[in-house]
Structure formats: C-alpha cells, structure tokens
Design a protein around this ligand. Structure first.
Ligand code: ATP
Length: 243
C-alpha cells in the first residue's frame, strides 16, 4: 500500500498533469510497461497500478523486462514484485549486454544495447496486443537528452511525452515526463521499492552521467538552470534560429 506522503503527492500531481496534458491514456487501453528494475520504471509501475484504483478509467498493464544477460540478473525478483501487484511480467532473456561489450563493438556499447532493447520492446508490445508502451523517463531525462543531442548530435531535440511510432502501430508514453528525478529517488526510498543494482559495466560511465554532473554543478550556482532548460522546450523562438 502506498503511503501518501508529500513526495507521493508531488509525483502524483505531475503524473496526472502529464497524462491529461499530453493525452496519454484512454479507457480500455492495454499498456505495455518497460520495466528495467530501476527506480524510474518501478515508480511508474507503482503509480499506474495505484491510479487504477482512483480514476474512472480502466486500462491493463503488461510489464516487460528485457534481461540484458549479464551475470547477477534479477529477473526472478522482478517477476515476483509484479506478481505481488497482481501482474505477470513478460521477461525476455537476451545477450544484448555482453554482445554490445564485445571488444570489436565496444566503442559505443550503450548505443548498441539500447537499440537492440528498443527493438524488442516494440515487438513485444505488439505481441502482447498493446498499442501503448509506457517508459519511465522523467523530467531530468528530458533535459539531459536535450543537451546530449545538442552537444553530441548537433541538433535541438529531445524525447516526446507522447510519440506515435510506425504509422500509429505503437504509441510511446512517458507519464513521468513532468516528475523530478530527485522526487522519484526519494519516493522509491521512502516507499521501500525494491532496489536492483545494475550489473552493466557501462552503467556508471555514460554521456548521460557526464551531463548529469554538469547540470548538478550549474544548479549549485543557479537553482533555476534545469527548470529554464525544460521551459525553453516550449519557448522556441524560431525567428532567432537558423531554420
Ligand atoms: N531492460 C529493460 N527492459 C525493459 N524496459 C527497459 C529496460 N531498460 C530500460 N527500459 C525502459 O526504458 C526507460 C529508460 O531507460 P534508461 O536506461 O534510460 O533507464 P533509467 O532512466 O535509469 O530508468 P530506470 O530507473 O527505470 O531504469 C526505463 O525507465 C524503462 O521504462
């Protein structure tokens, strides 16, 4: 049972706002949910299950885990957690992780691994008869992706809250789009959500980690930095860009 703390209420408000504002869920939807075992997708799962008891909209949730295949995986524990919530976890065991770290391909293992994972996630979403795939990205992920795309891809873009793919076959939704990562960290800890440590050798050394550290240090001097970056996404002055 969720404890309705201040942090719970903040995330709940942010998620409710995102779901309405970006038109994410309709009555009768079958929603596949990418469950990685990390705090974001576990928090998303908790809120989407709990929301069913509160709102007059019905939907079904189908958690999906792509096991990257490192030693020390936690698929059984994740399946047990889903069972406790009355859900069945679809788990696919792969060797995406070790494959992506093989010497010949090690220049960008995260890119390779996430591309393979995304592909299987979309396929499994369709196989489960779902047209919606919910992912656990939060507001900080959106801001970091904006900077990663500018710094390393030379383009101004980020993740969308509601994104139709493959001609409408699957819609990706990100219900935590407006929720702050620091709130999610606190929520996961205060509610005692399970903690699975990520056995991936690249987990701590990604571009995202570098950007997180940069934003952290800029925010110490000015706490509005992240909020301003997020706001800039809806304050685009095209007449001052080279479009
Ligand atoms: N192995 C996986 N199986 C299923 N879904 C996944 C997996 N890895 C990531 N996802 C989905 O993609 C989202 C973003 O993945 P990312 O690796 O960026 O994780 P993250 O920001 O650390 O989030 P989390 O805390 O949920 O792991 C996750 O929140 C989850 O919904």
């Amino acid at each position: 049972m969720i404890r309705e703390t201040r942090i719970y209420q903040r995330i709940n408000r942010a998620m409710g706002k995102a779901i309405h504002q970006y038109d994410m869920i309709e009555d009768g939807d079958r929603i596949a949910l990418g469950l990685s075992g990390g705090k974001d997708s576990l928090t998303l799962l908790t809120f989407l299950v709990e929301r069913l008891r509160r709102v007059p909209v019905t939907y079904s949730i189908h958690p999906v885990y792509i096991d990257p295949g490192f030693d020390g995986g936690f698929a059984d524990e994740l399946a047990a957690h889903c069972r406790d919530l009355g859900l069945t976890l679809t788990c696919e065991h792969t060797n995406h992780g070790p494959e992506a770290h093989k010497d010949t391909q090690s220049a960008n293992p995260c890119f390779i691994c996430s591309r393979l994972r995304r592909k299987r996630l979309f396929e499994l979403t369709s196989e489960l008869g779902c047209r919606t795939l919910a992912l656990g990205h939060n507001k900080d992920d959106v801001i970091e992706t904006l900077l990663i795309n500018m710094f390393y891809s030379g383009q101004i873009s980020t993740m969308m809250p509601n994104q139709s793919m493959f001609g409408g076959e699957v819609t990706v939704i990100r219900p935590l789009y407006l929720a702050e990562e620091s709130d999610i960290v606190r929520f996961a800890s205060e509610q005692g959500l399970p903690v699975y440590s990520n056995p991936c050798p690249s987990a701590a050394v990604s571009k995202r980690r570098e950007i997180k550290d940069l934003l952290e240090s800029l925010s110490k001097a000015n706490p509005h930095v992240k909020g301003n970056l997020f706001r800039s996404l809806s304050q685009v002055r095209l007449d001052y860009l080279l479009t």
